[in-house]
Design a protein around this ligand. Structure first.
Ligand SMILES: Nc1ncnc2c1ncn2[C@@H]1O[C@H](COP(=O)(O)OP(=O)(O)O)[C@@H](O)[C@H]1O
Ligand SMILES: [Mg+2]
Length: 277
């Protein structure tokens, strides 16, 4: 069964105006899915539904095979599907990096020896070696988000949900956290649900879900979604610069492939043109 299954979910905060309107989506095991949309489109609400922080008014959410409404499995569900939030400071719970990473394991009642082992492994996986005894508050934004990811990784989850986890970071922090997301997905086979309004980050995903006004307008691989400028306009999203350039060049009569998703792909598409002429 797919680790994320959302079926016809409707949700409102005030029991009047729905913020999620009949949302359905599935994310496969090992897939990197990006949910993209403008501010207020319902992304964070959806994220909170995925791990049972919010309950659907109608429809259902099955995360790692467990119904988010089922109180008897909710703690297990939250260990299987960890969540990283936007503000790195709000996630710090302990005075040192190592204690912070161990916190979830302690709560889960993992025996001391195994806990030490898992913390060590998580620290090295997230490249936090040497920072074990540091105060998390003193770290950079990117390092703080890596500590948050390490705490989740230590719980050996199946899914990691990131709600705008890179949006408060500087470009260096953003790229280090993205690299870790890539490694956790591509090397460790974890399923990633990354919520973002940054289409450049989303370009790395396997699949994009475009949200607007509480609905999923469309889903598909980034290259296919980026072809749909009208759709992105409707969702209030700006194309990544290299994709925008490819479209503009094409319109100006340059026979460049508009299916590019990154600067690197645009460069090689342009170099290919040069060799062909
Ligand atoms: N706790 C809340 N109480 C009432 N309304 C909320 C709450 N959180 C979000 N909303 C409203 O729900 C809509 C979707 O918000 P949100 O899910 O945070 O969108 P996004 O994460 O895409 O910016 C917005 O109109 C927002 O104002
Ligand atoms: Mg949000």
């Amino acid at each position: 069964m797919d680790p994320i299954v959302v079926e016809n979910v409707t949700f409102s905060y005030n029991r009047e105006t729905p913020v999620l309107k009949n949302v359905s989506l599935r994310v496969q095991k090992g897939e990197w899915a990006a949910v993209v949309g403008h501010n207020g489109s319902g992304k964070s609400t959806l994220a909170k539904c995925l791990n049972g922080l919010l309950e659907p008014e109608s429809g259902r959410v099955l995360t790692c095979g467990m119904d988010t409404m089922d109180k008897s499995t909710i703690m297990t569900l939250r260990r299987r599907a960890g969540m990283v939030f936007q503000h790195p400071d709000n996630q710090i719970v302990a005075p040192t990096v190592a204690d912070d990473i161990a916190f979830g394991l302690e709560n889960a009642g993992v025996p001391y020896e195994e806990m030490k082992e898992r913390v060590k492994e998580s620290i090295s996986r997230l490249r936090l070696d040497g920072l074990e005894e540091q105060e998390p508050h003193r770290l950079s934004g990117g390092q703080k988000q890596r500590v948050a990811l390490a705490g989740i990784k230590a719980l050996q989850p199946e899914v990691i949900i990131l709600d705008e986890a890179t949006s408060m970071l500087d470009p260096a922090g953003r790229s280090e956290v993205r690299k870790m997301m890539r490694e956790l997905c591509r090397e460790e086979g974890m399923t990633i649900v990354a919520i973002t309004h940054d289409l450049e980050e989303a370009a790395e995903a396997d699949r994009l879900f475009v949200m607007a006004g509480g609905k999923i307008l469309e889903d598909g691989p980034p290259a296919a979604i980026f072809q749909k400028r009208e759709l992105l306009l409707e969702a209030g999203l700006a194309l990544p610069l290299p994709v925008y350039l490819a479209h503009e060049l094409r319109e100006a009569g340059v026979a460049v492939d508009t299916g590019v998703t990154s600067e690197k792909e645009l460069v090689s598409a342009l170099c290919g043109l040069k060799q062909n002429t």
